[in-house]
Design a protein around this ligand. Structure first.
Ligand code: UDP
Length: 341
């Protein structure tokens, strides 16, 4: 058991999924300290005044030790990572350094100070091309790119730390994070932006000339790839539940976070047209290397262990807030950071 009111260290809490999780946890009255180097994070994504933002690196052990000494964290939620699959192929060491080696340094400090609860942002990319659908946690994990491997290695490391020194962890394997906060205050802002829904939005607003659809000859009903789009606030909720599960003494868990509903690229485009009332300029192009036909979660384990399930299964519920965010005052972009390391 850990003290449920102990502060929580959230690395990468100024990023997309991290910031939505921080906001939820803060609204639940939890004391949060965010550690983010703001390479991809946005200081403006931390909207709660009670949340402290520390600008720095996860692998800066002196800084992390100092934070532990000051706050006596009961748990760590680790979001900080690079997540560009294509870049991981061309620059694998960058990914192994940032996504695998840096968390080891964080875990070393946790072991030193005796903090034994860790919630980890994992990914469906750890499965690679699925050996069966929907994907359950018993599917073979055989990632097809360094990004997926950099995450899977951390899953293995966490398992070993559990055996060796009792670190209890939740590895949350996200499917396609999407949507934004329904009040349009925080949202998805990546630079460069590669993800489908924001790019469709960019095509609608004219920020890009057209959306290129990567491949129309997949083995799916309409020929375009199928993914499982999960609302970012549902993801945030899963982190809160994972913390509760571990705080109550629950065992380590590794589970999928998806809706269980598969949606094709064409269906996303249709949903965006429906929600925005605008036509999406589209060009049909070749396949993007490394895209499996279909990735759809079986979310049953998260339900049975964490009591979690997606509350939004219709992509229009994700596209609606995303549209609010890109058509709002910030036009889907946070102001530039003024803080830096
Ligand atoms: N996609 C697309 N055009 C784009 C971006 C993505 O057709 O400009 C497709 C991509 O090939 C995949 C799906 O949309 O089938 C989701 O891609 P995304 O990069 O959002 O997430 P991924 O599933 O790769 O993590």
């Amino acid at each position: 058991m850990i003290n449920p009111s102990a502060p929580i260290l959230v690395t990468g809490g100024a990023g997309y999924i991290g910031s939505h999780t921080v906001r939820l946890l803060a609204s639940q009255g939890r004391k949060i300290v965010v550690l983010d180097n703001l390479v991809f994070g946005h200081q403006q994504a931390i909207v709660d005044e009670g949340v402290e933002l520390v600008v720095g690196d996860v692998g800066d052990q002196d800084l992390v030790r100092e934070l532990f000494a000051k706050h006596q964290f009961g748990a760590v939620i680790h979001f900080a990572a690079f997540a560009y699959v294509g870049e991981s192929v061309t620059d694998p060491l960058k990914y192994y350094q940032n996504n695998t080696a840096e968390p080891i340094k964080l875990l070393q400090v946790m072991q030193e100070v005796g903090c034994k609860v860790f919630v980890f942002s994992s990914t469906c990319a750890t499965y690679g091309v699925p050996d069966k659908l929907p994907i359950t946690e018993t599917n073979i994990q055989d990632p097809i790119n360094p990004y997926g491997r950099s995450k899977l290695m951390v899953e293995w490391i966490l398992k070993d730390c559990d055996r060796a020194w009792g670190l209890r962890s939740a590895c949350l394997r996200y499917f396609n994070a999407s949507g934004c906060s329904p009040d349009g205050i925080i949202g998805e802002d990546h630079d460069p932006e590669t993800h489908l829904i924001p790019r469709v939005m960019m095509a609608v607003t004219g920020e890009i000339e057209y959306l290129e659809v990567f491949g129309t000859d997949y083995n799916t009903p309409d020929g375009t790839c199928i993914r499982d789009y999960i609302h970012v606030e549902d993801l945030a909720d899963a982190h809160a539940r994972a913390l509760d599960h571990l705080a109550a003494g629950g065992e380590s868990v590794r589970c999928n976070l998806g809706t269980g509903v598969g949606v094709s690229v064409k269906q996303i485009i249709n949903a965006v047209e429906e929600v925005t009332g605008k036509t999406v300029p589209v060009k049909f192009g070749p396949r993007r290397p490394g895209d499996p036909d279909s990735l759809v979660a079986d979310p049953a384990l998260a339900k049975s262990v964490l009591g979690w399930e997606a509350t939004r299964r219709d992509v229009r519920q994700m596209v609606g807030p995303a549209w609010l965010w890109v058509s709002g005052p910030n036009k889907g972009r946070y102001p530039q950071n003024t803080l830096s390391t």
